[in-house]
Design a protein around this ligand. Structure first.
Ligand code: CP3
Length: 342
């Protein structure tokens, strides 16, 4: 089907655009009143596993905030779940994995799943969303990077430092590499399935990439991300977001990804210099700035676009939107991008 708004795909192909496309990481969810209402009726994984609900949630920010792309409502942790690990989502607390991976024996509890069987519900959600969107905007699929998934699979819950996960890599490197390879193989199959189901682009989230030293990032993260991007880059445009890993922008650029996501701790000028001038950059509004007054948001958005330039740029936040952002502030962010004039 012909897309009525293909700004995102143009930016991913490095084509000229009249203004940059805009979407927000974690746009489908917790700051939207209609989502919060659904949360009262269904559990988190029920919402993910029921295509009608996932579709409704995915489309909410398209209709209510006016973003130029939809991102499928799901979670990065559905992959460890499909591999056989129990994953719970505790209200107000975040992910909890009661039996995390601690040593080589624990790998026996994991399997390389048949993605059509164990993650078919995500593919069904993508198909239904694609149909319901009816070409209004492109649909983004996604997966967690192997390192970020290892963080949760080993630590068993969220953490600011993931020191148990890091220690696991340094004390049992062979086991870590085996686990990372299993996740990588599953993720490649999973993302290929998402593309077959209708994803127009895919994003890999390495939310905890910045916790590793540059040398360790190469060994425990980028090596696996490279396999994923290589397997997908001729099939679908790819976006790679490794939060905090600005030190690796040059090597991430060399993976062949169409775009790199960046956070607010690096300037547009630095990011362009490190990543090279060819690749598209995505970001990097500080999500906390969406709590500033609306005129302030508008002013800062204009500054951001001026420093990145209109071409090879996707306006976005530097990380996920915060749950306490008023919807009209999110809308002001999106509108300010749409009104941008060179
Ligand atoms: O972007 C979107 O709107 C699509 C949906 C999406 C969710 N999670 C839904 C969700 C996406 C792309 C994710 C990715 C994700 N999940 C990441 C990578 C991106 C990032 O923010 O760094 C990570 C690290 C997770 C793991 C995860 N899932 C955490 C830490 C939490 C709890 C805290 C939080 O951020 O809300 C979740 C739960 C989750 N995933 C919610 C949503 C809407 C909140 C659950 C709820 O309150 O309903």
């Amino acid at each position: 089907m012909e897309l009525k708004n293909d700004l995102l795909l143009k930016a991913l192909r490095q084509e000229k655009v009249e203004r940059p496309p805009v979407w927000m990481m974690r746009q489908a969810g917790r700051y939207l009143p209609d989502y919060i209402r659904l949360r009262e009726k269904y559990s988190f994984f029920e919402r993910c596993q029921t295509p009608e609900l996932a579709t409704e949630i995915t489309i909410q920010p398209v209709e209510q905030v006016g973003v130029d792309a939809a991102i499928i409502f799901s979670d990065i942790l559905v992959v460890p779940q499909a591999m056989g690990l129990e994953v719970e989502l505790l209200e107000g607390k975040g992910p909890f994995l009661p039996d995390p991976i601690k040593n080589i024996n624990d790998l026996k509890r994991l399997r390389k799943p048949d993605v059509n069987e164990s993650l078919g519900y995500v593919f069904d959600a993508l198909k239904l969303t694609k149909k319901t969107l009816d070409g209004r905007v492109p649909l983004i699929g996604f997966a967690g990077a192997p390192w970020t998934l290892l963080c949760y699979m080993v630590q068993g819950k969220g953490s600011k430092t993931f020191d148990e996960a890091r220690a696991f890599c340094f004390t049992q490197p062979e086991t870590a590499h085996q686990l990372l390879q299993m996740i990588t193989d599953t993720t490649i199959e999973y993302l290929r399935g998402q593309v077959r189901a209708g994803a127009d682009a895919v994003q890999v989230f390495d939310s905890w990439g910045g916790l590793l030293s540059p040398v360790d990032f190469e060994e425990f993260s980028l090596r696996y991300i490279r396999q994923i991007i290589s397997a997908l880059k001729d099939v679908v445009p790819t976006i790679l977001f490794a939060k905090g890993a600005w030190f690796a922008l040059d090597s991430m650029s060399a993976t062949g990804a169409n775009a790199l996501g960046i956070d607010w701790c690096v300037t547009a000028q630095q990011a362009r210099k490190f990543a090279g001038n060819e690749i598209t950059l995505q970001g990097n509004f500080d999500p906390a700035r969406l709590l500033a007054p609306v005129p302030e948001i508008r002013k800062e958005v204009k500054k951001m676009i001026s420093s990145f330039g209109v071409d090879r740029y996707i306006a976005n936040l530097g990380h996920g939107i915060l749950p306490n952002v008023p919807v009209d502030h999110a809308r002001a962010f999106v509108d300010a991008v749409k009104e941008y004039k060179i």
